[in-house]
Design a protein around this ligand. Structure first.
Ligand code: FAD
Ligand code: NAI
Length: 464
């Protein structure tokens, strides 16, 4: 048997890779993880989930205080000002603590961090910063990066991607966001709350691709109410920058007369693509699919023996928790156990205010598949939401008309991201809407809206 340096070598230390490495270490496998960034944690901890949530939280506090939303509760402020440097500093502190936490966990679980960019030499050998490292199993967890928009050059000053938009040194007067997906709406919300006028230009006729149709329409209504301008069915055909002022040319997606807008910040957020460049996949004969991703089977094995892949670089939702679960599963599979991820029950959350969340099938997809029953309950009829003056949104439960099994749950609510976990657990256990309806939920909580939406599937909600 060949003598390898490691049992497992993971390429990339994002939520997929670092979790895979820790799990492999826990299972007693000799494990290393190659990471080309200065810090561990990947996109999510360094320039994704964590810094964006830090700014979403901070900007929400600012808007609450500045907008006087608290005065109706008798909490009054005078002279509220924005210290943007401090906001960025607190964000950086959270990032540092969390990336440092991963470094601690690597040490605790005896995972060796190989610093540098990895490239394959053969299926069991990679070069990391000039060092040859061999492993019996290699897990590709290289993640994704921003999809460029042809003709629009990101300079990270006036025209930024998500990384630049997380670090703007001043609040723009007018930010044009290209792409009404998760990044555009989250980061657009941050800068709108801090004082920018925000215009979102979206190619298709709805924001938030992949979400339930009714949720997409309701969300658009709420973002407009908050002052965001949404230009749907519109495409950007070019952006020029002169002295910090961008001129953005747009035209109807179906073609027609063009118009221009000026902005002092443009955010390009039209999706992300798998990081595979420079891995030298040709050397191991691993081909990509049409979308430039690495295909695997349900165990996360690629076509090449001993090479596995997980996270944003494989097909499926590009989400940190999906990558993490795949990280645990791939390590368990390598160790000879049975690691499974149910890709049908992965929650998605947009961390705006209200939050927007879903798990399972949209109403449209469920209808295409089978006969369904739908139950909906508005937060305007939920006692806790009413008490908190926080009544935007609803819960919608979609169930199979014959079996009553829950097929999808969609929530718009200040607490949607937390509430959706209940739906995910129910679906993972194969629950019916009746199971949720007859589960006692504490009063007064937003979670009661989930119970009532499930009761509505049965045709008998109490409070509407
Ligand atoms: P990544 O996190 O991208 O990590 C891959 C790592 O591999 C990187 O650190 C990279 O440097 C390294 N690497 C690449 N190639 C090599 C190589 N050849 N050698 C060595 N190292 C290499 N998801 C959520 O679930 N919730 C959120 O709130 C959320 N917010 C987001 C906000 C923003 C602004 C962005 C951009 C993304 C957000 N995401 C969110 C998505 C989330 O960040 C990704 O789904 C997640 O990071 C994917 O994890 P991963 O391990 O597959 O890859
Ligand atoms: P996205 O795929 O969510 O949205 C991109 C949007 O851009 C789509 O609506 C698309 O129709 C539109 N678009 C594409 N080309 C366009 C063009 N030329 N002009 C105008 N609009 C155009 O991609 P986004 O927002 O960049 O995010 C990438 C991924 O990052 C997400 O899919 C998600 O997986 C992850 N993410 C997750 C977060 C979360 O979980 N809260 C937060 C941020 C990112």
């Amino acid at each position: 048997m060949a003598d390898y340096d490691y049992d497992v070598l993971v390429i990339g230390a994002g939520p997929g890779g670092y979790v895979a490495a820790i799990r492999a270490g826990q299972l007693g496998l000799r494990t290393a993880c190659a990471e080309s960034r200065e810090t561990l944690g990947g996109t999510c901890l360094n320039v994704g989930c964590i810094p964006s949530k830090a700014l979403l939280h901070a900007s929400e506090l600012y808007e609450e205080a500045k907008g006087g939303h608290m005065t109706k509760f008798g909490v009054e402020f005078t002279g509220v000002t924005l210290n943007l440097d401090q906001m960025h500093a607190e964000k950086a502190k959270a990032v540092k603590e969390l990336t440092g936490g991963v470094e601690f966990l690597f040490k605790k679980n005896k995972v060796t961090w190989l610093k540098g960019k990895a490239a394959f030499q053969d299926a069991h050998t990679v070069d990391v910063a000039g060092q040859k490292v061999t492993a019996k199993n290699i897990v590709i967890a290289t993640g994704s990066s921003v999809m460029p928009l042809p003709g629009v050059e990101v300079d990270q000053k006036t025209v930024v991607d998500s990384t630049g938009a997380l670090a703007l040194p001043k609040v723009p007067e007018h930010m044009v966001v290209i792409g009404g997906g998760v990044i555009g709406l989250e980061l657009g919300s941050v800068w709108r709350r801090l004082g920018a006028k925000v215009t979102v230009v979206e190619f298709v006729d709805q924001i938030l691709p992949g979400f339930d149709g009714e949720v997409r329409r309701e969300s658009a209504k709420l973002f407009k109410k908050q002052g965001m301008e949404l230009k749907l069915s519109t495409k950007v055909t070019g952006v020029t920058v002169d002295n910090g002022v961008a001129t953005v040319t747009v035209e109807p997606a179906a073609g027609g007369a063009s118009e221009t807008m000026t902005a002092d910040a443009v955010l390009v957020s039209i999706g992300r693509k798998a990081n595979v460049d420079g891995l030298n996949l040709e050397s191991i004969g691993l081909e990509l699919n049409k979308r430039g991703q690495i295909e695997t089977d349900h165990s996360f094995r690629t076509k090449v023996d001993g090479v596995w892949a997980i996270g944003d670089c494989v097909p499926g939702l590009m989400l940190a928790h999906k990558a993490e679960d795949e990280g645990v599963a791939v390590a368990e599979n390598i160790a000879g156990q049975t690691g499974i991820v149910n890709e049908d029950v992965i929650p998605s959350v947009v961390y705006t205010m209200p939050e927007i969340a879903g798990v399972g099938l949209t109403e449209e997809a469920a209808k295409d598949m089978t006969e369904i029953k739908v139950g909906k309950f508005p937060f305007a009829a939920n006692s806790r939401a009413k008490t908190n003056r926080d009544t935007d949104g609803f819960v919608k439960v979609i169930a199979d008309a014959k079996t009553d099994r829950v097929l999808g749950v969609w929530i718009v609510s200040s607490l949607a991201g937390t509430l959706i976990a209940e739906a995910a657990i129910a679906m993972e256990f194969g629950a019916t809407s009746e199971d949720i309806a007859y589960t006692c939920h504490a009063h007064p909580t937003h979670a009661e809206a989930m119970k009532e939406a499930a009761m509505a599937v049965q045709g008998k909600p109490i409070h509407i």
